[in-house]
Design a protein around this ligand. Structure first.
Ligand code: SF4
Length: 323
């Protein structure tokens, strides 16, 4: 693979938002091009504080946190990679905040470091990515032909994969014999240990097995995403609704927790359908937890403990001690 210029560019990868689902796909893409990447790592309280200070109040928490991740990479990378994710497959749209994400991050960072990315709009056409792939090839110093080829081989199939490309997700569920709690929510909420206040770890240490939308195949989530199955809707909303409709019919699922960030437009629709649906399942206790940058862990834990108390008797004392 020939290079356009000699300097080796290091690309900064902010570890928030859709990186939780797509991280490994983009890492593979850059590795195939021989480009070094540096990740911002796990969310910290400093990253949250920094991100909140950079964004307007109306922005949802995960976007603020991504801005904090991007800012933490200043001085460590030559450019920050933020894809413009319009849609990752036919018939689906991304949340409008993901469509405008590179612009939000560029404004937040006030040009301290260049923001680069790729436009992904697979609902319209793979050709929509052309211009942005050219610009990326200039930034990272690789031939456009190689960048386009890596995009078609790795990114296009990877983003719409049947199973989540993020290998650490299925590892969460190892002990098959335990009762199950289904955790609904966006991957960047439920798998971010700080934003989720370690919800999954707490449920596991309380004696439960945890299932998430990402334990279900993508095609199964889509087929069950009532009332939007087969219709155009937001990608993460389809994931949540499809998983909910599968979990509600599973006897081993003892209850469900829906973790949502304050001010999420997609959840304002999806959660409404979930809450209507759960009323038809009186034997499945349900807890909706809304968090923002001001949420405290003690209030969170109290609500979780009350939820666990609603579950069928079994090992309540053990559960209480663990939360
Ligand atoms: S889906 Fe919700 S949480 Fe995610 S970026 Fe959009 S508004 Fe924010």
């Amino acid at each position: 693979m020939s290079r356009l210029h000699d300097k080796d560019v290091t690309v900064g990868m902010p570890d928030g938002l859709m990186s939780f689902e797509h991280r490994r796909v983009w890492e593979k893409f850059f590795a195939a091009l021989g480009v070094k990447t540096v990740s911002s790592g796990k969310t910290t309280n400093d990253i949250i504080r920094y991100g909140v200070s950079l964004c307007s109040n109306e922005t949802c928490l995960p976007v603020k946190v991504l801005a904090g991740h991007a800012a933490s990479l200043c001085g460590k990378a030559d450019c920050i990679f933020v894809p413009r994710c319009m849609s990752v497959c036919k018939g689906e749209k991304s949340c409008p905040k993901l469509c405008g994400l590179p612009d939000v991050i560029r404004l937040s960072l006030k040009n301290k470091v260049p923001v680069t990315g790729v436009t992904v709009d697979l609902d319209t056409s793979v050709k929509e990515s052309g211009k942005s792939l050219s610009a990326l090839s200039e930034t990272i110093g690789r031939e456009k032909r190689s960048v386009e080829s890596a995009f078609l081989r790795i990114v296009v199939p990877g983003l719409a994969a049947e199973n989540s490309p993020n290998a650490f997700i299925p590892e969460l569920n190892v002990e098959k014999e335990k009762p199950v709690i289904a955790v609904l929510g966006h991957p960047y909420m439920i798998f971010d240990e700080l934003l989720s206040m370690e919800l999954i770890k707490k449920l596991i240490s309380a004696g439960y097995r945890v299932l998430t939308p990402y334990d279900i195949k993508r095609s199964v989530r889509r087929a069950n995403a009532r009332p939007f199955a087969g219709r155009s809707f937001y990608e993460t909303g389809l994931d949540i609704l499809g998983a909910f409709n599968v979990f509600r019919k599973m006897d081993i699922v003892a209850g469900m927790v829906y973790l949502t960030p304050f001010a999420c437009g997609v959840d304002s629709i999806a959660a409404e359908f979930v809450e209507r649906g759960i009323r038809e399942e009186p034997r499945k206790p349900f807890l909706k937890l809304t968090v923002d940058e001001h949420s405290g862990e003690s209030g969170f834990d109290t609500r979780l403990e009350a939820f666990l108390d609603m579950l069928p008797a079994g090992s309540l004392n053990e559960k209480r001690q663990s939360v």
